[in-house]
Design a protein around this ligand. Structure first.
Ligand code: HMG
Ligand code: MG
Length: 307
């Protein structure tokens, strides 16, 4: 039976400090966030989404982003990324010395309104100014497409709608574009079809898969994405997360689980799984609950048993 060759190397972008923590109700201190980011860079992640410069009225947990970015121990070679919805966010990200800014749009009109309070077309107009400023500052620019596999408000989302937003983000000059399953509803074949469609608009090598694990499909969807050549994925340590504007959506796929899968497939990541398990246990202790990572918890239990 012919099996497609999988990528030999994958870039894993750790989004726990941003996507993971943004939905936490209790305020987490900047010190804990800083320690988390530093543990993740020490574990070997070369791209960490560490901050979000959005309205603190909309996402209060991210209000410490400036403090976090000021105090992390920046490791050479690591890109520290920040979400920016508009020029106000962009200016804060530049002042905080973000290495990459992330503009975030949606393939669903309804989600665009709920998440950033404007239509898809209006969001692209806001992002145009941000994109130009990013180029002037020689900052890396990433674009994110939410609800690429389904929307909590409008239901089905077609691959052509995803491709349309990808085209617009490409035209703004994005260096990388994330195809996001905000509510974790996508399934393996659908994921392959969407990537095959958007790869007609933007180089596959610069597309990433951002999977939430609400329906337990994230690892299968990552494997399906690998089969069609995707080699960048997002994950959250301890499976942290959820989106404040996607009720019921759970966290991103856990970094520990993705690393266990990738390393088992012989795919290089440059990341030390044991150190990520430690980071997952650290943040879970602070949140007062067990990590949502099957591999992380299994490794921690094996250690506790002295095996
Ligand atoms: P708005 O209310 O339409 O904007 O919000 P506005 O321009 O009218 O401003 C309202 C107030 O917000 C003003 O303050 C502004 O100064 C302030 P006031 O005068 O009332 O005191 N403001 C800001 N403050 C700080 N930083 C800023 C900023 N901009 C305005 N950058 C806005 C529009 C986009 C700002 C708002 O809707 C917002 O902040 N939304 C954030 C949504 C968000 O962060 N969602 C979660 C991240 S996306 C996600 O998780 C999905 C992803 O993971 C992929 C996936 O899984 O799908 C990326
Ligand atoms: Mg997300």
């Amino acid at each position: 039976m012919a099996i497609n060759a999988l990528p030999k190397q994958v870039k894993l972008v750790e989004v726990g400090p941003r996507d993971g923590l943004q939905n936490e109700k209790e305020t987490i201190s900047a010190e804990v966030k800083i320690a988390l980011v530093d543990r993740l860079s020490q574990a070997g992640f070369v791209n960490i989404e560490a901050a979000s410069f959005v309205s603190p009225k909309w996402v209060p947990q991210m209000a410490t982003s400036t403090e976090v970015m000021a105090a992390i121990a920046r490791k050479p070679g690591v890109l520290y990324s920040a979400l920016v919805p508009n020029m106000k966010g962009f200016e804060a990200a530049v002042a905080a010395r973000a290495d990459e800014v992330v503009i975030f749009g949606s393939a669903s009109e309804a989600f665009s309104q709920k998440n950033i309070n404007c239509s898809i077309a209006e969001s692209i107009e806001r992002f145009r100014e941000v994109a130009q400023a990013a180029k002037q500052h020689k900052l890396r620019l990433r674009g994110s497409v939410s609800c690429a596999f389904g929307c909590p408000y409008q239901g089905a989302v077609g691959a052509d709608s995803v491709a349309d937003v990808v085209q617009r983000l490409r035209d703004l000059g994005c260096d990388e574009i994330d195809i996001a399953d905000t509510i974790g509803v996508g399934t393996a074949r659908q994921v392959q079809q969407v990537f095959e469609r958007v790869a007609r608009e933007f180089p596959l090598a610069q597309l990433s898969g951002h999977f939430h694990d609400t329906y337990g499909q994230a690892l299968a969807n990552i494997y399906a994405s690998l089969e069609v050549g995707v080699a960048i994925f997002h994950s959250s340590v301890a499976g942290l997360g959820g989106c404040p504007y996607a009720k019921g959506a759970t966290g991103n796929v856990a970094s520990e689980d993705v690393l266990y899968l990738l390393h088992g497939l012989g795919i290089a990541t440059g990341i030390d799984l044991d150190a990520v398990v430690d980071a997952g246990q650290f943040i879970s202790r602070h949140l007062g609950r067990k990590a949502v990572s099957r591999a992380g918890n299994a490794i921690a239990a094996r250690r506790a048993a002295g095996a």
